[in-house]
Design a protein around this ligand. Structure first.
Ligand SMILES: NC(=O)c1ccc[n+]([C@@H]2O[C@H](COP(=O)([O-])OP(=O)(O)OC[C@H]3O[C@@H](n4cnc5c(N)ncnc54)[C@H](OP(=O)(O)O)[C@@H]3O)[C@@H](O)[C@H]2O)c1
Length: 290
């Protein structure tokens, strides 16, 4: 059974990520356009989304939230409504002011706002059912990795709805604590940055040897994609896969020697740790008005 079939969803701030979720849900037939609504300050953007997806997009954030609750109870016979906070962190305090007192207790608030802690969201909105999710950029093409956690007040039915919703962005993973959200922020949400940097460095190395840039890029991208799929399908440890292609005195052995000598592992580990510390620090600072 589709856990979202009776739900109404309201997106507060319909930017890139909100659109990725909306498009993913509609593409997978998990919801109909009548179940989706949202708010956006710009008329041109509201019209664009209305035309593209046949969904209702209003100017007022409070109206979008109440509309979702009304739609759920009027059309689906029960109050199964999710309000998704999808604005930039710096807009959050405005959103809190506008939504405060407007939410029904039965509604679920799902935030994808980077750095915004559950305690802040629940406190500012005086609302107990909150989910905090941390997607990454490949979510924009349905290949994301989203870690999420929830307050104890979130029901089992709402858990299933969240799984279905975030599944529209790619893979989703429930984690037990907010500390793990900060950890996922460093590993998976910041993750594409590490990959793109390595990708760029390898393409540049190809150009250095004499390949044209587009040839080097094709060689690198397909090698990265194929290696990921191979690792996924083989279920082997990365070291085992690496050992398979490392013949004595060969090219891989030579390359590995240089990467270890240059401290690549340590650099990556330090980068992820620094990103984690930064996520923790930003979370502490991320109080409205700060
Ligand atoms: N993009 C990612 O891959 C990613 C990954 C992890 C987490 N996130 C988080 O997801 C959230 C959304 O990111 P995004 O990439 O979708 O950003 P985005 O494209 O900028 O979307 C936010 C939207 O909110 C609109 N907005 C501005 N002020 C508003 C207001 N007062 N009320 C309602 N809407 C308002 C913006 O309109 P204008 O266009 O007119 O400014 C924009 O369209 C952020 O908090 C981000 O940290 C994003």
């Amino acid at each position: 059974m589709n856990s979202l079939q009776d739900a109404s969803l309201s997106f507060i701030g319909c930017g890139v990520m909100a659109e990725a979720i909306i498009a993913g849900l509609l593409r997978r037939d998990l919801v109909t356009p009548a179940q989706i609504m949202g708010s956006h300050p710009r008329l041109a953007r509201r019209e664009e989304l209305q035309t593209k997806y046949a969904i209702k997009v209003v100017e007022s954030n409070a109206e979008a939230a109440t509309l979702a609750a009304m739609t759920a109870s009027d059309h689906f016979g029960r109050n199964s409504s999710i309000v998704i906070l999808a604005v930039k962190p710096q807009r959050l305090s405005t959103i809190f002011n506008e939504l405060r007192g407007q939410l029904q207790q039965e509604q679920l608030v799902l935030s994808i706002v980077a750095g915004a802690k559950i305690e802040t969201i629940a406190g500012e909105l005086s609302h107990p059912s909150v989910v905090r999710a941390m997607p990454n950029t490949p979510a924009q093409i349905g290949q994301g990795m989203t870690a999420w956690t929830a307050t104890p007040q979130v029901s089992e039915a709402q858990f299933a709805q969240v799984r279905a919703m975030l599944g529209a962005l790619g893979k989703e993973m429930y984690v037990e604590t907010e500390r793990m959200i900060d950890m996922a922020t460093a590993l998976s949400a910041t993750g594409p940055t590490y990959i793109f940097l390595v990708m760029e460095a390898l393409v540049d190395a190809g150009v250095h040897m004499g390949f044209s840039r587009h040839v080097a890029q094709e060689l690198v991208l397909q090698t990265m994609l194929g290696s990921v799929l191979f690792a996924q399908e083989s279920h082997k440890h990365p070291a085992e896969l690496r050992n398979m292609v490392t013949s004595p005195g060969g090219t891989s052995a030579e390359a590995i020697y240089q990467m270890e000598k240059g401290g690549l592992r340590t650099v990556l580990s330090k980068a992820v740790w620094a990103a984690f510390q930064r996520a923790v620090m930003l979370g502490r600072r991320e109080k409205p008005g700060d």
